[in-house]
Design a protein. Structure first.
Length: 112
């Protein structure tokens, strides 16, 4: 089935990325990320702001995998920075940052 609606494509790809992250299927996630990037490159209809949000989510997933496996603080710093941006599935991202103990001031303030 070919999805003609961009929103559904974004939601589907983001859901797949979240599932692959939860199941620690990094290779599968990288395949979806590659597909996502080709989708952006070949599409001129998507607004720049929407593209920025979706690309930020891809970077979040990439950095989550990297931090999860290496605990490299540079990935943690990048995740904190990305979290400050407008993101799809921000609540899920917040949960992952909390699980990995990458908690920034913004998250702490919201919980108190």
């Amino acid at each position: 089935m070919k999805l003609n609606h961009f929103v559904l494509k974004f939601e589907l790809k983001n859901l797949m990325l979240m599932i692959f992250y939860e199941l620690d299927l990094e290779t599968d996630a990288r395949s979806v990320i590659d597909s996502y990037r080709h989708f952006f490159a070949n599409n001129e209809i998507i607004s720049k702001s929407e593209m920025r949000k979706q690309k930020a989510f891809i970077e979040v997933i990439t950095n989550l995998f990297a931090y999860k496996h290496t605990k490299d603080n540079s990935h943690g710093f990048q995740l904190k920075k990305l979290f400050e941006n407008e993101l799809p599935n921000k609540k899920w991202v917040e949960e992952k940052l909390t699980e990995l103990k990458i908690v920034n001031q913004h998250i702490k303030k919201r919980k108190t």
